[in-house]
Design a protein. Structure first.
Length: 354
């Protein structure tokens, strides 16, 4: 009897391995799962394009491998959206959902929700898009011990412009650069935004801060003062510098606006203070630098009259190059920072829509 039992055990042990393919045995063991099929999270589009003030849906759906069901029913599904930062070590919480519980965070409160077009739809809806919403978002779905993620990039239609204050070139540390952009109705630009602007022809020899803390500048026409005339065109990188002590210019990014940008028709030229009051009297405010760039780039605004802007600079936008009005290229022409009390110019105003 003992010998018969021994032979049975031997036959069972020999029946389990597959002598012709050891990996087949390994795969068979790996795919035996007590908790059901593997969770998969996918984004139907890797990049989504929108604009400031618009609404957008970041796609995300979840499945179980080898099945068409959204969930096993054993565990509650937890959906979490976060925004990825440039150092890849920190994430900003955006939205979390589990069952009937919903929570949004920070500036996203009241602006985000799940689309939920089906039981496996984890897509995020963002309304009234802000300039700060630009970037990469991670969709994470968790069910019990299983989880998976997908990443979607939100791109915004807009324009990148270089900025330096009245004090002149290279006078902003990183934090001052951030504030300077916000004051001009914009945000500090990302590398991707500067790179896209360079591909569209932006050429600027002064180095400026970007949102990741690096200092760079775009060159389309190599020349001696800008890295040498024999170098190749590109975005030149100074690297990462001390955000408190190092001082450079800044590249800002702005998008369309909900309002009207216009040159104020006035019987006389104005000092800066008179220009501010003239806009107020017309039911508007003196326009910001970001607004003149957005009107020029996105709306094709064209005016050969130099006018005051909110930062005390004088500029004018040319979309159709012509004699005496930027004959060589379309651009927002920079006159300078004139004496506010004695120099006389026109003024550009901005009236926000309610």
């Amino acid at each position: 009897m003992k010998s018969l039992l021994f032979l049975v055990l031997i036959s069972v042990c020999w029946a389990e391995p597959h002598p012709g393919n050891s990996s087949l045995e390994h795969e068979r063991i790996v795919h035996i799962q007590e908790n059901g099929p593997r969770l998969l999270v996918v984004a139907e589009q890797a990049k989504i394009f929108s604009h400031r003030g618009g609404n957008v849906t970041l796609p995300c759906k979840f499945y179980h491998e080898h099945t068409s069901t959204a969930g096993s029913g054993t565990h509650k599904i937890r959906i979490k959206w976060t925004k990825l930062t440039y150092d890849y070590l920190k994430e900003v919480d955006v939205f979390v959902a589990m069952g009937h519980h919903r929570k949004s965070y920070g500036s996203y409160q009241g602006r985000v929700s799940l689309r939920e077009s089906s039981e496996n739809d984890a897509s995020l809806v963002i309304t009234n898009i802000m300039l700060e919403d630009y970037g990469r978002y991670k969709c994470e779905v968790i069910e019990g011990l299983e989880d998976d993620t997908a990443v979607v990039t939100l791109n915004l239609e807009g324009v990148v412009f270089p900025y330096s204050p009245r004090l002149g070139r290279y006078n902003l540390n990183f934090h001052e650069a951030q504030r300077a952009c916000v004051e001009q109705d914009s945000v500090i630009a990302s590398f991707d935004q500067l790179y896209d602007a360079w591909r569209s022809g932006l050429d600027w020899c002064n180095a400026g801060w970007l949102s990741d803390g690096s200092v760079q500048y775009p060159i389309t026409k190599p020349r001696e003062p800008c890295g040498g005339k024999n170098t190749v065109p590109g975005v030149r990188n100074y690297g990462f510098w001390d955000k408190d002590k190092s001082r450079y210019d800044v590249f800002c990014f702005t998008s369309n606006f909900n309002g009207r940008f216009y040159y104020l028709i006035h019987p006389t030229k104005l000092t800066y203070d008179e220009a501010v009051q003239a806009c107020l009297k017309d039911g508007s405010q003196i326009a910001k630098v970001g607004q003149i760039f957005a009107a020029w780039k996105l709306l094709g605004y064209d005016r050969c009259d130099a006018g005051w802007l909110a930062d005390g600079s004088v500029r004018y936008p040319i979309s159709r190059p012509r004699k005496r009005c930027s004959p060589s290229e379309a651009a927002v022409r920079f006159v300078g920072f004139p004496d506010k009390k004695h120099k006389l110019y026109g003024v550009y105003c901005f009236r926000a829509y309610n």
